[in-house]
Design a protein around this ligand. Structure first.
Ligand SMILES: *Cc1c(COP(=O)(O)O)cnc(C)c1O
Length: 416
């Protein structure tokens, strides 16, 4: 039933919110049956006031959790000053945000976008332009199996997931896929036409797969020897989630192009790709690339404030500490349940591979007030706000033990 509140706002029941949404939108998402209303700290509340411990963070976005007053105040002040002005003019926050991203990434030049996918598009174009300007005749990309880089035609072309790709073929030509963590399989694909190798140092959507040090170092060396650009997609694993600001830093590997999004804006839609000065010299020039919104004053205020807080609060150290605790608790859990085959990941991006599809477990967790998500069909993905404490890890483990316990009973019954 629709009721008018004192403020004249229309308040609906959860079902009405869901129906109103499903009726109007293109049906591209099978959403969980929850209408979220507000957040506080690391908890979310639905329209009935039910509380959820959040181990999804809006898919690895809300590093600072919800209701961070310092961030919110900075955003509100920027809204009152200037929200948007286009890239025809300078503004007061863009340079500050770019400087902060350079400082934490070690890269030299930044281009702001509105999403991760767009940042990948830009990175792919930047690599092509570099090869074109150098007159190398190179244009092809090597990407990895189980990769995820986004849903636009370019990003999809380097994404190895058949179900995502097939209905949209033909995609852009010149892309081949190597086996993640198999350097020889990459080498076999290198030709005189290869302009870039793109990979996630820690694959998120593909199942929480961590690159081996030899693999990351080997790709860097291969790229140097062959004159190929190395593109690291750190849209999901970047921004302190692994305990380093960017995962590639833990390998001592610096890519030629680094792609970022998700957590850099703490929930404000923003992405970026950054390159070394050496690449920038030959790459995108005036007229080559652009965006109306990208790097607007509001989005950049979010990036600048996010990084300011991360640095001041030493988010890396916090993630290392809580991440180590999370790993320990997950390892214990994996030990005690046969259905948990493996723990994967690093810091606050962790996966639990089960011997079955994880959908049932995730739905049960939701019932119990815990938000978790999947990575592929058989991995539970844990990407909580970076500000979680050990007490939240304990709370999550308690719920997971309960729902996995229910699951293993069902399993034991069905086996008998
Ligand atoms: C989420 C994600 C993307 C796409 O970002 P969007 O903001 O959804 O466009 C690309 N690469 C990786 C690794 C991601 O996790």
């Amino acid at each position: 039933m629709i009721t008018a509140t004192a403020k004249g706002m229309v308040k609906m029941t959860p079902n009405e919110y869901m129906q109103a949404t499903d009726k109007h939108l293109v049906h591209t998402y099978n959403r969980f049956p929850v209408a979220l209303d507000r957040g506080e700290g690391v908890y979310l509340y639905d329209t009935d006031g039910k509380k959820y411990l959040d181990f999804a963070a809006g898919i690895a976005v809300c590093g600072l959790g919800y209701g961070n007053q310092e961030l919110n105040t900075a955003l509100k002040e920027q809204i009152d000053k200037l929200m948007h002005s286009s890239n025809l003019y300078y503004n007061t926050t863009c340079g500050r945000a770019a400087d902060a991203l350079k400082r934490v990434s070690g890269m030299d030049r930044v281009f702001f976008t509105n999403s991760g996918t767009e940042a990948i598009e830009g990175a792919l174009k930047a690599a092509r332009k570099y090869a074109w300007k150098k007159q190398t005749g190179r244009y092809a990309y090597i990407a990895m199996e189980d990769s995820f880089h986004g849903r636009s035609m370019g990003a999809l072309s380097v994404t190895e997931h058949e179900a995502y790709r097939t209905p949209f073929e033909p995609l852009i030509p010149g892309v081949s896929f190597a086996k993640f963590n198999d350097l020889d399989s990459v080498k076999r694909l290198v030709t005189d036409e290869t302009c870039a190798i793109i990979l996630e140092p820690l694959q998120g959507e593909g199942g929480i797969n961590t690159a081996a040090p030899e693999f990351m170092e080997g790709i860097r060396k291969l790229c140097d020897e062959e004159g190929i650009l190395m593109i690291c997609d750190e849209i999901q694993c970047g921004m302190a989630r692994t305990g380093e600001m960017f995962a590639c830093q833990s390998y001592g590997v610096k890519p030629d192009i680094l792609v970022m999004a998700k957590a850099i804006g703490s929930g404000v839609p923003v992405g970026a790709f950054a390159m070394t000065e050496q690449v920038a010299e030959y790459s995108l020039a005036p007229g080559d690339h652009g965006t109306t919104y990208g790097g607007n004053p509001f989005a950049c205020a979010a990036v600048a404030k996010t990084i300011e807080i991360f640095e001041r609060e030493d988010m890396k150290a916090h993630v290392k500490e809580v991440g180590a605790y999370l790993e320990k608790r997950l390892d214990e859990l994996a030990e005690s349940f046969d259905m948990v085959l493996e723990r994967r990941g690093r810091g606050l991006i962790q996966g639990l591979r089960l011997d079955r599809p994880v959908g049932g477990t995730i739905n049960q967790a939701l019932e119990e007030g815990l938000l978790i998500i999947s990575a592929r069909s058989d991995v539970i993905r844990l990407v909580p706000p970076l500000v979680i404490g050990k007490e939240h890890v304990d709370e999550m483990i308690g719920v997971l033990r309960k729902v996995l316990g229910d699951g293993s009973e069902i399993n034991a019954d069905s086996r008998n």
